[in-house]
Design a protein around this ligand. Sequence first.
Ligand code: PLP
Ligand code: CA
Length: 305
Amino acid sequence: APSPKYITGDRAAINEFIDKFDTFLFDCDGVLWSGDHVFEGVPETIRMLKAKGKRTVFVTNNSTKSRQDYLKKLSNLHIPCEKEDVFGSSYSAAVYISRILKQPPGKNKVFVIGEAGVEAELAAEGIPCIGGTDEKFRRDMVPEDFQGLADGSLLDPEVGVVLCGLDFHINYLKLSTALHYLKKGAVFLATNTDSTLPMHHSFFMGAGSCMIPLEYASGQKPLELGKPSQAMMDAVEGKFQLDRSRTCMIGDRLNTDIRFGIEGKLGGTLHVLTGVHKKEDWDKEDAVAVPAYYADELSDLGLVA
Ligand code: PLP
Ligand code: CA
């Protein structure tokens, strides 16, 4: 049976918890804020950890925004942060493409299903892309499109990668175009595979739910670059020179955040109950990850000596 340690209100347990780690990886939505509403006491908690010499890194699966966008959001909400401390799934994907995949010239264009955050991070890594927010792809298919995709005349021969994230303008033309690139051998990547997007106390279609039609149609599974993918953990470790045993992942979602920390063999994981999953979810048959610690909310860490 799962037995995570409950640290809310327990000063000794909180001190012990904080002392165990040098670096805290924070999931953002559901831990720091919900939408545009920052949870009470969060800026103070991050400031307290920094004052104790802890490294704080913000690791989000939200690919619609760039690191720059996140930096702006964090600073608007008075959470202390530098650009280097933000690690998003769109950045993770861009770094993977430019530094690990290293497509040959002439095959290095990326067909994007996604929003501006993906495009911005690809551009920052010097990777050309098409699709994405281009209005040319935001329309219904006409008979010429079916013909042009089938005979390849509508396809850019330099596309060697299909990258799928959350796209608020997903449509038949984009999905069919991506399918044709995959059939021609493009590498299939996903920024993240969150099934849902929590908003306004409800759930909307997540990036994973935009990607699944493509997986189904192509018969291929994408390589995921967001939590819980260890490709992302490796990139985070490389960038911040982490000692995994002295690092803790803090999140609200068991199948992304907590699993990310456990599979990455981090020293600890903390589940806060302000987001998607509740403690009832640990026991569910499909629970994929049980945290080492849990707390009602992040600011509970503020009860520190
Ligand atoms: N993807 C999108 C598009 C989002 O807007 C969000 C939350 O705002 C997420 C994923 C989940 O982000 P996080 O990993 O910070 O919880
Ligand atoms: Ca979250």
